[in-house]
Design a binder for this molecule. Sequence first.
Ligand SMILES: Cc1cc2nc3c(=O)[nH]c(=O)nc-3n(C[C@H](O)[C@H](O)[C@H](O)COP(=O)(O)OP(=O)(O)OC[C@H]3O[C@@H](n4cnc5c(N)ncnc54)[C@H](O)[C@@H]3O)c2cc1C
Length: 543
Amino acid sequence: MASPVSRVLSSSQVATLAEVGEERTAEAGETLYEIGDETYPFIAIIEGEAAVLDSAGQEVVRHGASGFLGEMNLLSGQTVFLTAVATKPMRYIAVDREVLRRLLFEDGSLSDLLLSAFIERRELLQQRQGVGIEILGPRDSAETRRLVEFARRMRLPHSWVNPAESEEAAPAGWLAPTDLPLVKLPGGVELQRPSNGELSRALGIGLELATREEVDLLILGGGPAGLGAAVYGASEGLDTLVVESTVLGGQAGTSRRIENYLGFPAGISGTELTSRAVTQARKFGARTATPYRAQTLEPGAGRHIVRLEEGNEVVARAVLLSTGAEYRRLPVADLDRYEGISVFYAAGPPEGQLCAGKRVGVIGGGNSAAQAAVWLARGGALVTLLHRRASLEETMSHYLIPELDRYGVAVRDCSEVAELHGDEGHLDAVTLTDDTRLSLSYLFLFLGATPCTDWLGDTVARDSNGFVLTGPDAGADGLLETSVPGVYAAGDVRAGSIKRCATAVGEGAAIVRFVHERLSPPAPSPRQASEPERSATVDRPPA
Ligand SMILES: Cc1cc2nc3c(=O)[nH]c(=O)nc-3n(C[C@H](O)[C@H](O)[C@H](O)COP(=O)(O)OP(=O)(O)OC[C@H]3O[C@@H](n4cnc5c(N)ncnc54)[C@H](O)[C@@H]3O)c2cc1C
């Protein structure tokens, strides 16, 4: 591993851990936990030393006195990806993960130290081959790419093996194409063609919902808006459930560095910001369920029913639509053959490593394109940013434009990609609409987003682009209420919202007050009581 993350605990932090944990000893050579174990305790070393090993027995890192063993899976509940062995006689404190979780809520400085170490360790593991899950499947299989994309978004350390290129991974004749994709879990369990949900459960991630759930507040979408609502909803006494179709954190979770979020003058990575938010929401008792996708909304008088793609049904007194938006794709032929192999929608550590020393195109004129271009260029890629307008000033925050120059990103104005060229998903070049051919090995697309609202049909009023209308535009009383009483919208999914983290969080938090007002309303006046119910069809005032 490039730079092992070996931070140390202060003596007072060791003392705090000793109060809630159990002191144990281990002989040199003794295994503390092993790849595939379903749980392991957090380990704070008082004396001695331990080595952390990958599946091939290669040493990843060594920790000594005051060091600690543990990674993101202590909080997410995933099975263990690494083995830990005492290399010198040890005296250590073992803290059960649930006890640790409670302690993190109470002890701010310990929480800061451990959370940032866990996140850094996970990022480093993602860059290391042979750690985590192995996905075996052909490069041209959409099902395989779905699993790879899911692992990437879940930030699971993973490797993708094409059986056609690896005799060792798949001895000839051993696997039929119908067996693929095959996922090998740490510890040896194999899953054939699992759904994202089956893979999550097998790794011990996330809550499994009952066939029918009843809650006060159902939040659909676990991005900043949904997490904002979860923290405020649960902390203010609402029985709150967040249902997320992919990975908690939403678009913000994919951002390399968010520099404009209040309270973080040096910026904060999207992963860290959203991991902290999830921990905070759970601290107040909000439940989070992933991956579950909302499929239909059936409004009712006082109770709404949301049916999930996985067959579950959730009955809620109030519903928040915070399903955000999804990246736009490039309108070119055969794009899907390149997606996940040489065309990406986010630039994280694995992509940064893949692109070092390569010619890379970043397409888009917004802030997310600029951040990705700078990140890839800092990792050693030769980056060209292509966008279709005459000047970046029209679409990009001003502070980012000099950054492109500073890190040597070439900018091509008025450029649109018309064709991709390559073989088996490996990009060689692109042709632009003006017939210029550019040699590029990787392409990153940041083309804006469309709202995730198709599933709503005409249940709630939406604008011509599909964004959900709220407040007066929807004929509703509350600012963030939709055309259906008791159903709210916040964040990027809402028509007219400012597409930023802080505003999404603020809107999510704000709906909690409206929900409270609806669930325990003051006695209605005779006039209010006789007002008709609103419907999904909105009567717009004349222009
Ligand atoms: C790469 C990148 C960098 C960015 N950088 C910044 C920045 O520096 N500063 C800033 O302020 N903003 C930034 N943004 C914008 C910011 O991230 C968004 O404005 C913010 O995430 C919107 O939050 P949201 O909760 O409304 O929606 P989202 O973040 O889009 O979250 C919506 C969630 O709903 C889930 N979902 C969708 N459909 C369903 C369904 N049917 N059922 C259940 N769940 C569903 C999605 O999987 C998703 O997780 C960036 C965006 C990107 C993509």
